[in-house]
Structure formats: C-alpha cells, structure tokens
Design a protein around this ligand. Structure first.
Ligand code: ADP
Ligand code: MG
Length: 483
C-alpha cells in the first residue's frame, strides 16, 4: 500500500472511531439520562424530586440491558420520570473501548461503593437531594406500569412527593364551543371561587368578541362592513378598527400572503370534505381579483372601515381565535390568576405553571397521526399556535386542499402541512401561522428568523420538520405524552 492510501485509510479509521464514540455519547445522554452525578444531584435539588441511579453494565449484564429496554426506554416510564425523577445512569462496562476516562471510572467506583456495596447489577437506587437513600430495586420481568407503581410505593413519604400530591392550589377547567371551535379555559388558584369567576368572565369575553368579528352574524359590525363594500364606509368600535389595522400590518409584512380580504373567495371553497370538484377557474379568477388588503380603507379620525370594491369581503378566520385568546388571558390575569391556559381551538396561550408547579407543556401534533405529538414545548407566558391542513380540508381528485388560501392564486396553499408559531402574543402567532403557511417553507422561515422573540416549527408534505434558528429543540421531549 502506498503512503497516500495509508494516510486515507488512517483518516477513515479515525473518522470511524470518532463516529462510534460520538454514538456512544449520544446513546448515554439522549434519553434524558444524566451521566454526571453532581449535575444530576443538583437537578434533583432544583426540581425537588428524587434522583434515580441506575448501576448498569451495558456490555456484559443482560438483565441491565433488559431493564433499560423493557422499562426505562418506554414512553410510559419516560413520561412518569419527566415530571417525577431525575435519572442518572452509571455504566460499568468491562470492555476497555466502552469505558470512560480513568478519573470518571474512579468516581463511578466510589459511588458504587457508597450506594451499591453488594455489587449487584443492575441495581437501582433512589436518593433524595441530601443523598439519603429512599429505596432500591433490581430487575424483574414486569411491565413498566408495575415498575412505576413499585417506585411510587418506595417513594411514599418522600416529602416533595407529598407536597406535590396535596397542592394548595387547585385547577379548574371548562370547555366551550365558540367561533366554530373547541375552547378550553384553565385557571389555577387557591381561591376556587376566583378561578371560576375568571373562567366565566373569560368565556363571556370570547362570546363578546365573536359577536364583534363574526362575518355571518347580521348584527355584527364586520357584517356591516362587508355588506357596504363598494357602497359606503362603516363606523366601527375602536377595538375592531385596531384589530383590522394590525391585520393589515401583517399583510404588508407578508406582501399580501396574509390578507383578511381573502374572504371574497370563501363561497367558492368548502373545507368540510363535502366538495368533490374544484371550483370553476373563471370564478376563482373573478373572486381573486377582489382580494386586496390595500383596498381596505381605514379612516383614523372617524374610525370607519371601507372596502373599495363591490363584492369584497373581510374575515377574521386566521386571527380571531388568537385575538380572543389574548383577551381572555387578560381578563383572567387582571383578576389575579397567575397560572392558566386559554386553548382557542388549538391556539394556545399559557402563563405561569401547572398546578404542581412544573412548567406547562404544549404538544405539537403530528399532522398524519393527531393522537401523537411530534414534540413538546415547555412554555411560560407564551403562545403556541398551529395552522394545519389536517382539520379543515377537502379531498378532490385524490388531492388534499386545505382551508388556507393563497391570495395571489385563489387556490389553497400547498407544500407545508403544519406551521407552529411560538411567541408571547397569541394574535400575532395566529396571524403568522397562516402567513407562513401561505409563504411556504423557505420564505416563511426567513421571515420568522428575521423577527425577534418569534419562533416556528414547520412540517412539510414530505414529513420533514424544520425549526427557526432560535428554537432549541433540546428542550423538546417527543417521548412525553402528557399535556
Ligand atoms: P385554524 O382556523 O385552523 O386555526 P388558521 O388560523 O390558519 O387556522 O386560519 C385559517 C382560516 O383563515 C381559514 O379558515 C380562513 O377563514 C382564513 N384564511 C384563509 N386563507 C387566508 C389568508 N391567506 N389570509 C388570511 N386569512 C386566511
Ligand atoms: Mg391563524
């Protein structure tokens, strides 16, 4: 072999070793397990939960491998542990290749001496943040649920568990159908009467907003604006005026991808799966000519709205639920509710914490299997809003048509199947989710990356997931199943 080939071979070997060792690192850390005792202990202290130490031998101890595969790596166990434990894996491989550096091996030996004197493998020790041993298990062929209930029985009396189990706050939850969607309002407080009042007031607030912005309710101001298109300006409440003003800003920002005057075309499409053929392209062209946010004329002095073209129409389908969620939250926080959620048909705004003091988790639905989540986000004072093509759509000639219309063509937008926007404001998140859906993956992502404090998760029709630059997917745990 000549010198050059030898060199290439060496480089390849090096790369292989690097890849194998990277893989080993990934395996030991990716499943939510710590490998460093001090870090794990600090985390247990911070979260006020016990620390579970798994003494294992990954390359020689069959029961250790069984314990990991049949219990620790299951969704049920991960879900339980994500809220209730900090996990530490102390591996004692016999194969030199798999062993960590000497100092680390020494540290593990010392911990084994301290907690696993008998030298049994696998051995699982539960300790509290003061390093007091709370219990111990080994491996038996049992279900993950049985294992969890065994752990729970060992942890009875653990003071943080007790504190969690009897919170001094309680959670109230109500669901309603409003704006054609399912709303859920959650309030947490010591005072249940106050929490109930907050939910009731939030509910009334959403009813009020629906009456203001509905485009089919003949008594609404929006209905007046639409019926007077091309005829005269309509005087409206300042609230509606400002909402339209903000919607037009998003239109400008998106160069018309978002446009509340999309509604001129809404009669041509039905997204309840009853549509069997595409609308006549002549009508589509005719209606699309009426869509133009620049023809929504606002007069600040008189607070009037005028649609320039006859046949023009506005609708708040893409921003109304987000606006309602913001307003409902404000009603509740003004009453002093420090922890809560308003879920407006999947447009979620969450603030404070869950009743057990842990952060809210919001799931991002898998567009093809909605009972499953592709990921979870931990949120506080944040809105998470998803526009998807999976709720309202029609299948025509085997193709899927979603309810989000590209104002430039009059046809439903294609390419993306789910857009999630994460930002503190639910109305903006709602409007931007629709906007990015229309703009498509590349332009939409570029827009979000330009905006501070706004992030997105995009899923295209091939199932690829893309996130904005600042979204740290490390804090997303796709294995949890709880909201
Ligand atoms: P969802 O209603 O599922 O939360 P969106 O917030 O994306 O989804 O809103 C979709 C609704 O927005 C459509 O049903 C329609 O009423 C309206 N809409 C459709 N296309 C546009 C558009 N290009 N600009 C503004 N609104 C739109
Ligand atoms: Mg929207």
């Amino acid at each position: 072999m000549n010198k050059r080939n030898n060199h290439i071979l060496k480089s390849l070997m090096l790369l292989l070793v690097l890849l194998i060792s990277l893989n080993a690192v990934a395996n030991s850390t990716e499943k939510g397990w710590y490998t460093d005792y001090d870090k794990a202990l600090a985390e247990a202290k911070k979260n006020k939960v016990p620390l579970l130490i798994n003494f294992s031998g990954s390359d020689w101890c069959k029961p250790c491998i069984m314990l990991s595969e049949t219990i620790f790596f299951t969704d049920v166990f991960r879900n339980y542990a994500s809220d209730s434990l900090v996990l530490l894996n102390l591996d004692f491989p016999v194969n030199k290749k798999n062993q960590p550096e000497k100092d680390e091996m020494k540290r593990r030996d010392a911990l084994a001496e301290k907690y696993n004197e008998s030298g049994v493998f696998p051995s699982v020790i539960l300790i509290d943040a003061n390093e007091k041993v709370l219990g111990q298990t080994g491996y038996k062929k049992i279900s993950p649920l049985a294992y969890i209930s065994h752990l729970k029985s060992l942890l009875i009396g653990f003071k943080y568990e007790i504190a969690d189990a009897t919170p001094d706050k309680s959670e109230l939850r109500e669901t309603y159908t409003m704006m054609g969607a399912r709303f859920e309002i959650v309030a947490i407080d010591r005072d249940t009467e106050l929490a109930q009042k907050a939910i009731n007031n939030a509910h009334s607030e959403i009813v009020r907003i629906e009456a203001l912005i509905s485009s089919w309710n003949e008594n609404s101001q929006t209905y007046s604006i639409n019926t007077n298109a091309g005829i005269k300006a309509t005087e409206v409440d300042e609230e509606l005026f400002r909402l339209i003003e903000r919607a037009l800003k998003v239109s400008k920002l998106s160069e018309g991808a978002f446009d509340i005057s999309f509604a001129s075309i809404d009669k041509l499409w039905k997204f309840d799966r009853t549509m069997t053929e595409l609308p006549d392209s002549v009508y589509v062209a005719k209606s699309v000519s009426k869509i133009n946010y620049k023809n929504v004329i606002l007069n600040k002095e008189n607070l009037t709205v005028y649609l320039k073209d006859k046949g023009m129409k506005i609708g708040f389908g893409a921003i109304g639920k987000g606006y309602a969620a913001n307003c409902a939250k404000k009603i509740m926080t003004d009453l002093g509710i420090k922890d809560g959620i308003v879920n407006a048909g999947g447009d979620i705004i969450a603030w404070g914490n869950k009743v057990n003091g842990k952060p809210w988790k919001v799931g991002i639905s898998n567009p093809t299997k909605q009972s499953k989540f592709v990921s979870f986000l931990q949120v506080n004072d944040m809105a998470v809003v998803t526009s998807g093509d999976y709720e309202r759509y029609s299948i025509i000639n085997g193709e899927r048509y979603s309810h989000i219309i590209d104002p430039k063509t009059g046809y439903p937008s294609k390419g993306l199947v789910s857009v999630t926007i994460v930002c503190p404001d639910a109305e903006l998140a709602d409007a931007l989710a629709t906007t990015v859906f229309v703009m498509g993956e590349e332009k939409g992502l570029a827009l979000i990356n330009r905006m501070a404090l706004i992030d997105c998760i995009l899923i295209n029709d091939k199932g690829d997931i893309t996130t904005s630059d600042n979204l740290d997917l490390n804090f997303v745990d796709p294995n949890t199943t709880e909201q």
